[in-house]
Ligand binder design. Structure first.
Ligand code: ACM
Ligand code: ZN
Length: 776
């Protein structure tokens, strides 16, 4: 450690008194700097710069002045100042924008010395990002909407040279499944800019709502923007309204509002990319203009889940293409973006196979499959979009049947579509579900608001890399960047939307902006604490799920001893716990190693920061039973997709949540589960319980019966009890324990047979999900 650093550590705050006024000189260490995304290069120097009511901002045009006002407004709000904007730099005490044409588009350099702050960039994008960096160098309280009496607006002397790793850094908001007000979109633009993100992709069309005014087709919003209000019901439990039922729930944006949004976003270096879905996810358009579908059958705007999506535009009728060209002409007049997103995902083309218009089209165009017909559809739209000087983006389904020649692919079903598109020489935006779907859970499902499913915690987002290792350098050049997608089936409110976006967007921003080599989860986990504090001041309803403590259970194969480990997303986290009914205070035991469990045990735990518990506390009761750690043999092993925790998955005390992908469930597809548990020796038992899940949307059904048999020798079994449950329609997700009690008896082997529904009401195979077999 050099002398300077020693001094810095010893003396944190020094106050030097000048003759006129007290000037605060804070001494900084690197730990005091918490910028997200992390700048490409930063050197901390001795000294600091203090903002006072006399500090001036030097800006030479309207755009620079608007960028400076982001910060000026904050100072004025927190300190009651009226900071001045000037065109000529004074002798000292100022922030100045300096043009350097040689810098890259979004790059900037940022130099703080004790008498000034210089932000150098080619243009406004770099100036904006310099200001956003300056904002994050200031104490979090600069975000306060209230007056701060003791603001010490001091920043360290630093030199920063910064530029993004990827040029496309996006967020998609699904405003179709639930409508969000314009004001929220503008707020979202501000927050994107704060994290140096530069694309807001608006998913303006889906089955459940058409959200953009199109003057030539007024029914798109008169009819298509409104659905029958069934918001009190689960998304997949809503009936499908008929064409003559009037919708009252929804909304849309006028063209004027959208133009205003675009203009606003431009000042924040955010490009708005409109998505006009086709040929599927368009029930709302077909409800307005039924003639756009193959058979012209009138439909209502669906209030909830539609699957599979068969009400799609007819690819045979010429009027479909006229309609879409008219719509896109109006769309392009609103959005200057060079990209037009046409969706293209999840079309079930069964109507196309039967439709005389579509069949005729396939014949005249020499198309051999409906996939090729979709390819024809998208290629034809691309010709139109290219003719207007724009580029088509589509979800990765546009690869099927042959991709349009100039298209950019948004890869969502993993990264494979993106890899393939790059191989074929197309530009790619990576949005794999695994890392970028912010409609997924970010913490244990039982602690979280209802989400679509999946599990994408903060630490997972932070590992995102849009460039895949197997890509050649030429292919990698086609990767424009990445994007988070916030599908809103389960997200009805702004508060909930914020919860799903933050803090995960901060992690994503760093993966897209900062050099890959600087990525460091532990370092990020320290910096995010300051960002949380900013979010608190800004009133953002961010998730604290990363603070949640979770548990895991290990079973020693030899001794069958069970131990419980506590975990958190952050390494070296200060986790403290108590057992039984003891209260969780700062005196709770610090967790250092797994705890041995040999009886039913209640555990309370929390992450602590500065001796205070943070986040939602963890409480669980590990239900110990006689089969814990005992070997299970199956007649037919569980499916490869759902292996739970493997060998001891059903006898390790770990229970599943309503999220069937949480890693605790073992599952069988279209078959029964037959398991034999060897208790190791004759054991007195009187009850067998089977933990199960139902989620009929994806085909998961409770067993139709549970039968338990016992044996002393593992050869001859005696049936000891049976419970039946008839199939019933169930729109929600439910957990259920099937329990069979009997007279106490001594046995060594227990056979558990759970019969599956096997075949779904609409054909297809049913899943049977099991998380634990408890024997007592
Ligand atoms: C998608 O998630 N269907 C693009
Ligand atoms: Zn058709």
């Amino acid at each position: 450690m050099n002398v300077l650093k020693k001094v810095l550590l010893l003396v944190l705050i020094a106050v030097t008194v000048s003759c006129q006024k007290t000037k605060v000189t804070k001494v900084f260490t690197e730990k005091d700097i918490s910028i997200i995304p992390k700048p490409a290069a930063l050197q901390l120097q001795e000294g600091s710069f203090e903002f006072t009511e006399n500090t001036q901002f030097v800006a030479t045009d309207a755009a620079q002045k608007e960028i400076a006002s982001i910060l000026i407004d904050k100072f004025n709000e927190t300190s009651g100042w009226s900071l001045e904007l000037v065109e000529q730099a004074p002798a000292k005490d100022f922030v100045q924008f300096v043009v350097d044409e040689k810098l890259a588009d979004e790059a900037y350099t940022f130099v703080v010395t004790s008498d000034k702050v210089l932000i150098t960039a080619k243009g406004n994008a770099g100036f904006l990002y310099g200001i956003e960096t300056l904002r994050q160098l200031l104490p979090a309280s600069i975000e306060s909407a209230k007056r701060i009496s003791s603001g010490e607006w001091v920043i360290p002397n630093v030199t920063i040279t910064d530029q993004p790793r990827y040029k496309y850094r996006g967020l998609m908001l699904d405003v179709a499944r639930h409508f969000f007000k314009m004001d929220y979109l503008k707020k979202t633009v501000d927050r994107l800019a704060m994290l140096k993100m530069n694309v807001l992709h608006l998913h303006l069309v889906d089955d459940q709502g058409w959200r953009i005014e199109i003057k030539k087709y007024p029914k798109l919003t008169e009819v298509g923007a409104w659905r029958v209000d069934q918001e009190d019901k689960h998304w997949d439990g809503r009936y499908t309204p008929t064409a003559d039922e009037k919708g009252t729930y929804g909304g849309f944006y006028t063209q004027e509002e959208l133009k205003e949004l675009v203009a606003y976003a431009t000042t924040k270096n955010v490009e708005i990319i409109p998505e006009i879905e086709m040929p599927a996810h368009v029930s709302s358009a077909i409800a307005a203009y039924p003639e756009l579908s193959c058979f012209g059958t009138p439909i209502g705007v669906p209030s909830g889940g539609v699957w599979p999506i068969t009400d799609i535009y007819c690819a045979g009728k010429e009027n479909t293409f006229e309609f879409l060209e008219d719509v896109l002409t109006e769309v392009m007049a609103i959005f200057p973006s060079k990209y037009i997103h046409v969706g293209g995902d999840e079309a079930t083309k069964t109507n196309w196979e039967k439709c005389p218009h579509c069949k005729k089209r396939m014949q005249s165009e020499g198309l051999k499959s409906v996939d090729q017909l979709q390819s024809y559809f998208i290629k034809r739209m691309e010709v139109f979009i290219n003719s207007k000087g724009k580029i088509l983006i589509g979800w990765d389904e546009i690869l099927e049947g042959g991709i349009a020649p100039e298209a950019t692919v948004m890869s969502w079903r993993g990264v494979a579509g993106g890899v393939e598109a790059a191989k074929q020489g197309h530009d790619v935006i990576m949005t794999p579900g695994s890392h970028c779907y912010f409609d997924h859970y970010q913490g244990p499902q039982n602690e979280e608001p209802l989400a679509w499913g999946g599990y994408t915690p903060l630490s997972m987002v932070y590992t995102f890399d849009p460039t895949v290792d197997t890509m050649t350098p030429a292919e990698a050049k086609h990767v424009l960047g990445g994007q988070a997608n916030v599908w809103s089936e389960q997200i009805k409110t702004e508060a909930h939307s914020e919860y799903m976006i933050f803090p995960r967007l901060a992690a994503l921003s760093e993966t897209l902006w900062s050099p890959k080599e600087s990525r460091n989860w532990e370092d990020f986990s320290n910096r995010i604490v300051t960002l949380f504090s900013r979010f608190d001041y800004m009133g953002i309803n961010y998730a604290k799920s990363a603070y949640l403590v979770t548990h895991d259970v290990q079973i020693d194969m030899k001794t069958q001893e069970v131990s419980l480990s506590l975990k958190n997303e952050f390494p070296n986290a200060d986790i403290r716990y108590t057992l039984g009914d003891k209260k969780l205070t700062e005196q709770a035991t610090k967790y250092t190693q797994p705890l041995k469990i040999d009886k039913t045990t209640t555990v309370h735990a929390s992450l602590f920061k500065n001796d205070q518990p943070v986040g939602v506390p963890f409480n669980t009761t590990i239900e110990f039973h006689k089969a814990v750690g005992k070997k299970v043999t199956f007649k037919e092993t569980y499916d490869d997709q759902y292996k739970g925790e493997g060998e001891f998955g059903l006898t390790n005390t770990l229970r599943g949540t309503k999220n069937f992908t949480d890693g605790h469930w073992q599952a069988w597809l279209g078959k029964d589960m037959e398991a034999v548990i060897d208790l190791g020796a004759a054991t007195a038992i009187q009850e067998v319980t089977l933990g199960t899940l139902e989620n009929q949307g994806p085909g998961i059904y409770f067993p139709t019966s549970l039968t338990v048999f016992v044996s002393t020798d593992g050869k001859t079994y005696k049936e000891i009890g049976v419970e039946k449950r008839d199939f019933a329609k169930n729109p929600s997700f439910d957990l259920k324990d099937f329990k069979i009690s009997f007279e106490k008896q001594s046995v060594r082997y227990v056979k558990v047979v759970a019969t599956s529904l096997k075949t779904l009401p609409n054909g297809g195979k049913a899943w049977l999900f099991v998380d634990e077999i408890l024997i007592n």
